[in-house]
Design a protein around this ligand. Sequence first.
Ligand code: NAD
Ligand code: IPM
Ligand code: MN
Length: 354
Amino acid sequence: MKIAVLPGDGIGPEVTAEAVKVLEALELPGLILFDGDVGGAAYKAHGHPLPPETLTLARECDAVLFGAVGDPDCDNLERHLRPEQAILGLRKELGLFANLRPAKVFAGLEHLSPLAPEKAAAIDMMFVRELNGDVYFGDKGTRQGKDGSREGWDMMSYTEKEVTRIAQVAFRTARAGNDKTRVTSVDKANVLETSQVWRDAVNAAAGAHPDIELDHMYVDNAAMQIISHPERFGVILTGNLFGDILSDLASAAVGSIGLLASASMGERQTAHGLFGLYEPIHGSAPDIAGQGKANPMATILSAAMMLRHSFGLNAEAERIEAAVAAALGDGIRGGDLGGSHGTEAIGQAVLERL
Ligand code: NAD
Ligand code: IPM
Ligand code: MN
């Protein structure tokens, strides 16, 4: 079992280090970790945010554990050299089109949410976000606009095939979650042609899944209802941009972005399971980087998702998740949750409860 560890920038290395300690503590036979440079750190060392050797390393491993990329020093670089291009490049080059982002309140931890306890208790949704298309990967540029001023443009598009394959992931995920047979597809079909193709393709794909309860919701309404009626959601199927925004929104409802993990997968099978990239949904948090304040739980929970999805190690994944829940239950909280525990103290608390 080979894992590429790509810590990246800002708090990325801090949170990844704690997740690595958790993985090592499990003493999994045959586990080998390899380090690679990515993001602004890779740009500074090699002149590129995703150096070829990092991409090769990722391809040669069975899974990738990713921290975060993004560095204010790099915000004025040409777009193709910015740190964020590294994660976009990995997702695209590795064919990782399906991004799973669970947003769930652990039982007994409803008080971490800003929502009323009975609403918080109902938060148990899984975002299935398309990751290889949408406005992220369309043609883009700047030009002189019709009014004579500078104009930026980004092309949004989805093909039926792209929508069908992510819809199938959502339906399979809903079935696996048994209590989550409801799929809500989120789009903006009242305005966007891209979304009309999306909606039609989702409906067509649903024909083969009569057991799934499918509904459609406009993205603005979805943003409202995720907060006001979280109990209405099971699997939320959506595109790249809407999924990015709605999953950060849901993290606030759970209590903190420092708690939300993710898995990004495609179709490639390894000798151990499905190849995947695992990362917290948050970024490099330059405002708190280098201060030992970041909550590593999202990254630790991402490592648990790795064990489950890429290595079939469900019991070990559950051990990690239970240890995180126990640490939170015992009052171990980072500043993001109103507590005062630092990154290493939180990591240590999880290790002690494994
Ligand atoms: P961010 O997620 O990095 O931070 C948003 C806020 O949440 C900040 O106040 C931060 O301190 C806080 N926060 C985030 N993670 C935390 C944690 N684990 N513990 C405690 N607090 C945490 O979003 P941003 O500020 O918009 O972006 C910063 C940089 O990260 C940008 O360069 C952005 O492009 C990049 N980014 C990268 C990824 C990724 O690598 N996948 C994801 C999102 C943003
Ligand atoms: C995320 C991030 C990325 C995204 C950025 C850094 C490219 O916000 O992983 O959620 O938009 O997908
Ligand atoms: Mn995001």
